[in-house]
Design a protein around this ligand. Structure first.
Ligand code: PMP
Length: 389
C-alpha cells in the first residue's frame, strides 16, 4: 500500500532552522523562524502566562475530558478581546476552541467542505504557505489572486479586488486580520469598509485569519477592520490564534467563530463544528487555553499580559523604524506591521547572505523582524545593502 506514496519536499523553513543550528559562526543571525524574540534573542514565556500556569498547577482539581468545544469559558472570554463587546454578544456567532490557528483554519475548511455549496477559497498572493494546503487537503478548490505590489512594498488594493472578479456568490475570501504574513501589510479602515461593501454586494463570505492581534498597532486597532466587516456581512468566519500574542506557540491555542445569517442557523453550524472537531481531534489540548482563560478572567493578569504584549509590539516597531531609516529600499518596513517583511531580494542574495554572512531566512526573502536585536541591525544592513535595489 504505502509504496504508492510519493516523496514530499522538506518544509522550507525547517531546512533553514537546521542550517542555522549547524552553523558554528558566533555572529549568525536567524530571521527565518516566525516566532517573537526579545532583545536577548529568546522567546520567553510571558509573565502573565507563568502566573496563570502556577495557579493552574495549584488549583486544577481534574484533568478529565472536556467536550469537543474545548474550554467554552476560554472561547467566550477571548471573544471579547477578538470580536469586541457587540459581536461577542451576537447570538448569530458561535465559536469553539481549536488546536491553534491552524486547527481553526482546518476546521473552517472542513465546515465549508460540508456545505452544499463547497465554495472556492480565494487567497491573495503571497500568503502564509500553509493556507492553500489547509483548504486543498479538505477537498476545496483554492484560487490565488493578486495582493502585493513588491515595487512599492505595499498591498495593491485594486489588484486584490480586481482579482476577485471571477469569484461566485458564496465563494470564500481569505483575509489576514492584521500583520499580513509574509508582507507585513494591513488593510486600512477605508479598505476594510470597501471590502465590507464588496462582500455584501457580491454575496462573498469573508474568512478572517487573525493570528497576530496586538502585534501590529494594538489589540483594538488590529481587530477594528475585521469587526467592521463582520458587522456588515451576513456570514463570515474568524480563525484565531493565541499562539503569538500569548507566546503559547507549542501549546496550540486557538478558536474558530462562525457568523451565521441568523441565530437559528447558528445552531446547526455549531452542531456541525462539534461533529467535525470530534473526528479531527476529539477535543483540543487544554493547558494553554486554560492559562489564557485564567488571564482573561483576572483584571490584574489581563493588564500584565497587555503591558507585556505592548512591549513586544513596541520592540518590533522600533526595529522596523531602524530598518526603514537604514536604507531607502527598506523604507516600507517602517510603515508595515507585525513580525514579518518581505525583502526585495532574490534567491541568490538569500543564499549569499547565508553563506557569507550567516544570515538565515527562507528563499522567499521573508524576514522575522524580531529575529534582529538593536545591535545586529547595523551588520544586517551592511550585509544586505549590496543586494537591495
Ligand atoms: N495564520 C497565519 C497567517 C500564521 O502566520 C500562522 C502561524 N504561522 C497561523 C495562522 C497558525 O498559527 P498557529 O501556530 O496557532 O497554528
Amino acid at each position: 500500500m504505502f509504496d504508492t506514496l510519493d516523496r514530499q519536499p522538506p518544509d522550507a523553513l525547517l531546512a533553514v532552522i537546521g542550517m542555522h543550528r549547524a552553523d558554528p559562526r558566533p555572529d549568525k543571525i536567524d530571521v527565518g523562524v516566525g516566532v517573537y524574540r526579545d532583545e536577548t534573542g529568546t522567546t520567553p514565556v510571558m509573565g502573565a502566562v507563568k502566573a496563570a500556569e502556577a495557579r493552574l498547577l495549584s488549583e486544577q482539581v481534574s484533568k478529565s475530558y472536556l467536550g469537543a468545544e474545548g474550554d467554552q469559558t476560554f472561547t467566550d472570554s477571548l471573544a471579547h478581546v477578538a470580536l469586541g463587546e457587540a459581536l461577542a454578544a451576537d447570538s448569530r456567532i458561535t465559536g469553539i476552541q481549536t488546536p491553534g490557528g491552524t486547527g481553526a483554519l482546518r476546521l473552517a475548511a472542513e465546515l465549508l467542505a460540508r456545505t452544499e455549496r463547497r465554495p472556492t477559497v480565494w487567497v491573495g498572493a503571497p500568503t502564509w504557505p500553509n493556507h492553500a494546503p489547509i483548504f486543498g487537503e479538505a477537498g476545496l478548490r483554492v484560487a490565488s489572486h493578486g495582493y502585493f505590489d513588491a515595487a512599492r512594498g505595499d498591498l495593491d488594493f485594486n489588484l486584490f479586488v480586481d482579482g476577485l472578479t471571477g469569484a461566485q456568490p458564496g465563494d470564500v475570501v481569505l483575509l489576514h486580520g492584521c500583520c499580513h504574513n509574509p508582507t507585513g501589510t494591513a488593510f486600512d479602515a477605508a479598505q476594510w469598509q470597501q471590502l465590507a461593501t464588496m462582500v455584501v454586494a457580491r454575496g462573498l463570505v469573508p474568512l478572517v485569519d487573525l493570528a497576530y492581534q496586538g502585534l501590529g498597532r494594538g489589540l483594538a486597532e488590529d481587530a477594528a477592520g475585521m469587526r467592521a466587516l463582520l458587522t456588515a456581512a451576513p456570514e463570515a468566519l474568524v480563525a484565531y490564534s493565541c499562539d503569538k500574542n500569548f507566546a503559547l506557540y507549542r501549546e496550540r491555542v486557538g478558536a474558530l467563530w462562525v457568523q451565521a445569517p441568523s441565530p437559528a442557523v447558528a445552531v446547526p453550524v455549531r452542531e456541525t463544528l462539534l461533529v467535525l472537531a470530534r473526528s479531527l481531534w476529539s477535543m483540543p489540548p487544554d493547558h494553554g487555553a486554560a492559562a489564557v482563560r485564567e488571564i482573561l478572567s483576572d483584571a490584574a493578569l489581563s493588564a500584565d499580559w497587555q503591558a507585556e504584549l505592548t512591549g513586544m509590539c513596541e520592540r518590533i516597531n522600533a526595529l522596523r523604524l531602524a530598518l526603514g531609516q537604514a536604507h531607502p529600499a527598506l523604507a516600507p518596513i517602517a510603515r508595515q506591521q507585525g513580525l514579518f517583511a518581505l525583502l526585495p531580494i532574490d534567491r541568490g542574495a538569500v543564499r549569499q547572505l547565508r553563506e557569507r554572512h550567516a544570515i538565515y531566512m527562507p528563499d522567499s526573502g521573508r524576514i522575522n523582524i524580531a529575529g534582529l536585536r538593536h545591535e545586529t541591525v547595523a551588520p544586517f544592513i551592511d550585509a544586505l545593502a549590496p543586494h537591495l535595489p
